[in-house]
Structures are given as C-alpha cells and as structure tokens.
Ligand binder design. Structure first.
Ligand code: UDP
Ligand code: MG
Length: 326
C-alpha cells in the first residue's frame, strides 16, 4: 500500500442506505481540496439494507473509500472502535453517516490538528430538532454525569478528530469492553480544542435510538466512569437505619406510656419504603456486576466479517461464510 493517509474519516453506519451515497459524495468533495491523502472508512454495523453494497460501489469508483463490515449489529460504540482500529491515517475523524455532523467542519478541525491539537471535539451549539423530553433527559444525564465523574460532557458529540497518538492510546491502553467514546476521549484529556456546530437534520433514514436504548446507554456511560452510585447504597442504608431507630423509639415510648400499638400505616409504609430502597440498591449493584461480568469475559468488541480497501494487508480477512460458523 502507498504511504499512510494523512486523514482517515470513520463513518459508523447502520442501515444508512438512504443517506450514505450523499454522505460519501459530500465528504469526497470536502476532503479532496483539504488533503491529497485521505481514506474514508464506512463501518457497516450489521446493516440489513443496501449499506454495504453502496460501499462496494463507492469503493469501485474511488479506492479511497473503504469498508469494514461487522458480522452483526454491535452498536455504534463498537462500530467506532472498529473504524479506529482499521484507520491508518495520522489523524482520524469520526462523523455520523447521516450527515448530522456537517462534513465542512473537517476543514477547521484539520487546521487545528495541523497546528498541534491532539484532539478536536465537535461541540453542539444547537442540539437540532428533538423533542422537549429528549432535550430534558439529555440535560439531566449530562448534569448527573458531570456530578458523578467530574467530566463535563455537555453538548459534546461523537464528532471528533484525533491524533494518531490518541487513537493508539484508545485502542491499546483502554481495552475496556463497555465503551463510551466521548467520555474516553475526554478522559485522556490531552491538548484539545473544540469547534462548534449546529446539529443538522438527518438526510434520509431514521434514528436508531429508542427510549430504552438511551436509558441503557446512559446507565452504561455512568457505570463505566463512576462508582459513586455504589457508594450511595450504604448511604441509603444508613438513612434507613436512622428512620428505623426513630420509629422504633417512638413505638417503644408509646408502648411504655400504655398507648395501644396501632400504627399499621406506619408499618406498611416503612416496609414498602425499605423494600424499594433495597431493590434500588440491588439494582445499582447489579449494574456494576453486569459491567464486571462483561469485562471478565474478555470478548472482542466486535467481529469483522469483511474489509474492503486495504489490499493484502492484515486487515483483509477472508469473508466469513455461513459454513465457517462454528
Ligand atoms: N449507528 C451505528 N450502529 C448502531 C446505531 C447507530 O453504527 O447500532 C450509527 C448510525 O448509522 C449513525 C450514527 O451511529 O451514523 C448515529 O446514529 P443515529 O443517527 O441513529 O443517532 P442520533 O443521531 O439520532 O443520535
Ligand atoms: Mg443521527
């Protein structure tokens, strides 16, 4: 293969056939005057539509468009990881394939990198069209995340440009399974710059986020970065003990003073209250247990089915045929 590209652009794509041709075209137009050595890596995250077919077509027309096809849908975090691992550029940018991250921003980002920035964060000036509840939930999440971890990710996004040094660091030194790309890049904390952008409307296709998935994402992000919720459990326990002592004392005193032991409501409320606190506590512990379980299994983050565009490199794997499956 020729020398290393200066810039690799990674596009995670899951069922993005409606947006991909336009995205690839726009990126090629933006990138061509910026650098004469770039590669555009589309990571097909197990799409069931024509996404990978479109990558093949684009690759045939322009060898700088490359493809990584994951064996199934592993989720955006894994797709990003696969893209970072496949990228050979001295700088690597990550962008959404639905053009919600304006490609034109790459000019400014590349400029910052050429001037020595190790990380360029795309920061949302406007969050784009989303429901009121969604905005509220996002704000709540980022506020708790900040409180719990000390990392302020407000208005951050997965639009980033990373120096090779950071990419290698993410790939080699941060091997954890449950990944939160934004958080990890912030955590590294090296020499960073931000560029602002307005979230664009999606071109074609639909968002892949449903409420349940978002709640899971938020919970993963928090448990991956903070153990404070765990410390909350004994705190709640102590609080309950205090309540129990007060109530017990009250019961004792009223027993001594001869008042009949009524207070069924108090009893009921106390039992239910304690019960729910115990359940919440167990739930929190369960979340961490699940994370530990995932880590100790040491499974790979994703499985590559085939790759397109790296010649005979180690990257190129024989396509996995159904007959090969164990
Ligand atoms: N994506 C992915 N795997 C998934 C879900 C999403 O690679 O399982 C990609 C998707 O194709 C898009 C990006 O991640 O390029 C952001 O997804 P989406 O637009 O659905 O999220 P939103 O912009 O609504 O937050
Ligand atoms: Mg999107």
């Amino acid at each position: 293969m020729a020398e290393r590209p200066e810039l690799s652009v990674v596009l995670p794509a899951y069922n993005e056939a409606a947006a991909l041709p336009q995205a690839i075209e726009r990126l090629r137009q933006v990138l061509t005057p910026l650098t004469d050595r770039f590669e555009l890596i589309v990571v097909d995250d197990g799409s069931s539509d024509a996404t990978y077919h479109l990558v093949r077509t684009a690759h045939a027309a322009d060898g700088r468009v490359k493809g990584v096809r994951l064996a199934r849908n592993f989720g955006k975090e894994a797709a990003l990881q696969a893209g970072l691992a496949a990228a050979t550029g001295q700088a690597v940018a990550t962008l959404d394939a639905d053009l919600q991250h304006p490609p034109e921003l790459l000019a400014a980002m590349l400029h910052h990198w050429r001037n020595g920035a190790k990380v360029v964060h795309g920061v949302k000036r406007r969050r784009g069209a989303e429901s009121r509840w969604m905005g509220l939930a996002a704000r709540l999440f980022y506020r708790s995340f900040h409180r719990l971890t000390g990392l302020d990710l407000r208005s951050s996004s997965d639009l980033k440009l990373l120096d090779r040094e950071i990419v290698d660091l993410l790939l080699q030194q941060l091997p954890e399974r449950s990944r939160f790309y934004r958080g990890l890049v912030f955590w590294v904390g090296l020499n960073d710059v931000t560029v602002e952008f307005d979230v664009q409307p999606r071109v074609g296709g639909v968002t892949h986020w449903q409420l349940g998935a978002l709640v899971g994402y938020a919970s993963r992000a928090i448990t991956a970065f903070s153990s404070l919720p765990l410390q909350l459990v004994p705190l709640l326990g102590a609080l309950m003990l205090l309540v129990a002592l007060v109530l017990g004392l009250e019961a004792f005193v009223s027993r001594l003073s001869g008042a009949a032991v009524s207070g069924f409501a108090t009893l009921e409320i106390t039992v239910l209250f304690t019960g729910s606190l115990v359940m919440i506590g167990l739930g929190i512990i369960g979340q961490y247990l699940a994370r530990i379980y995932e880590e100790v299994k040491m499974r790979p983050h994703y499985v590559v089915r085939e790759q397109l565009g790296w010649g005979d490199h180690k990257h190129d794997q024989r396509p996995l045929e159904p007959a090969d499956a164990p």
